[in-house]
Ligand binder design. Structure first.
Ligand code: SF4
Length: 408
């Protein structure tokens, strides 16, 4: 992975003092470092590796950014750390807490005016208790240009670094602990979905490293079941992920046949459905008995007159018949210039019933945080459509609706 540590590679003759001298030039941000990276960092400083675990706990469990507060670390080491490193989360430029408990943040990342990314936290109660699910962004913009997605309309700007990715989780947790004494602080976010702006598998190394921190007991210690990576279907990277980490997998499917999916999720032209479903099957098989990988979550945004026809539900049944899966129907959240509308409630319920009757676990995502534009890509939102895609799409959708209407 791309190193976040700007220290020279240790050599036989390198002295700890050299490492300090080099690091002084630009302070190293410890926030996004994995345990292995932090251990290496402390070794370069001439310190014992176990310091890494201590510092990680202060950062990720007690949300402390001031080395002076790290009371189990000697004064001498704290002074050295202050000299060479920092713990800095991305800058929050906007935050809003909705009446229904949903929270959103817009972060500025990068130097100067920087770029904006967004993060949304959605609370829910279910039979397992209270959940707080954080939807995290992995890129600024996105290159994949899914036609229903406001992020896709911004184009791709850049990948986020591990500190910018894990920083979203850090800020969300910290937002509940601002007034809590350090000794009583705890982690509040229970679930993470890598499903915000960007395609996480196209920023693979940084996303993998961030998810490893989420699972690490010295950091967030989250259950593997509660960390989900959602992809539009970058098939070779799904196979790589299967080797590298055991987390839950979600697929942004949105269409049950290649013709429609080529239009809605253009990466389907490169990795068509047959390949995608096979990759999901390999992902589940790779887990073995000990794995949390029992099923894949299928995300399906409901677009009025586009992918919500009864025939589409039948195609889904056929497509997924050999893939253990749970289906999540997402009512579309229109954004400015969106070329689609949201399917009617009746249509969504009918679609759900068809899938449930066929034996699938099929849920409808509750629309939350409507008062704060909580859908993917909308917070940065009101984005100018620089590409005229919306106009082209309006036309295509009208044509498709006409075909569907004429088919009855
Ligand atoms: S839906 Fe996801 S993969 Fe597709 S354009 Fe939007 S952010 Fe990118």
């Amino acid at each position: 992975m791309a190193s976040v540590i700007d220290l020279p590679a240790p050599t036989e003759h390198a002295q700890p003092a050299d490492a300090v001298q080099n690091a002084v030039r630009a302070k190293v941000n410890l926030l996004g470092m994995s345990r292995a990276e932090l251990e290496g960092f402390f070794e370069q400083l001439g310190e014992k590796k176990f310091r890494a675990g201590q510092v990680m706990k202060w950062i990720h469990q007690y949300f402390v950014t001031d080395f002076a507060e790290m009371t189990n670390i000697s004064g001498k080491l704290r002074a050295k750390l202050e000299q060479v490193c920092e713990i800095t989360a991305p800058e929050v430029v906007h935050r809003h807490y909705s009446k229904d408990g949903t929270r959103k943040w817009v972060f500025r990342v990068g130097d100067g005016a920087g770029s904006l990314v967004e993060t949304v936290l959605i609370p829910a109660e279910d039979k397992t208790g209270s959940r707080k699910t954080l939807c995290i962004s992995s890129q600024v913009g996105c290159a994949l240009d899914c036609s229903f997605c406001s992020t896709g309309k911004q184009g791709f700007q850049r990948d986020l670094n591990p500190d910018e990715i894990i920083g979203q989780l850090w800020v969300a947790n910290q937002s509940y602990m601002e007034d809590v004494p350090v000794a009583e602080r705890e982690r509040s976010v229970t679930n993470v979905v890598m499903m915000g702006m960007g395609e996480p598998l196209l920023n693979y190394d940084a996303v993998l490293s961030s998810m490893q921190l989420m699972l690490d007991d010295f950091a967030y210690g989250m259950s593997k079941r509660r960390v989900t990576l959602s992809t539009s279907g970058v098939v070779p990277k799904i196979d790589q992920l299967a080797q590298d980490i055991d987390v839950a997998l979600a697929i942004s499917l949105h269409a049950p046949n290649d013709e429609l999916r080529n239009e809605l999720v253009p990466i389907n032209k490169k990795y068509p459905l047959e390949q995608l479903i096979a990759a999901c099957q390999r992902y589940l098989a790779k887990g073995g008995n000990e794995s949390t990988r029992k099923h894949v979550t299928i995300e399906y945004v409901m677009l009025d007159g586009v992918n919500d026809h009864p025939e589409h539900a039948q195609q889904m049944i056929k497509l997924l018949k050999n893939l253990p899966s749970k289906i999540n129907l997402i009512p579309f959240n229109p954004f400015p210039h969106a070329p689609y509308g949201r399917s009617s409630r009746n249509r969504i319920i009918a679609f759900q019933k068809t899938l449930s009757d066929a034996g699938f676990v099929c849920t409808i995502r509750q629309t939350r945080g409507d008062d704060i534009d909580a859908a993917c890509g909308q917070l940065v939102g009101h984005v100018a459509d620089r590409t005229r895609r919306a106009e082209q799409w309006k036309k295509k959708v009208a044509e498709r609706q006409e075909i569907i209407r004429s088919q009855g």
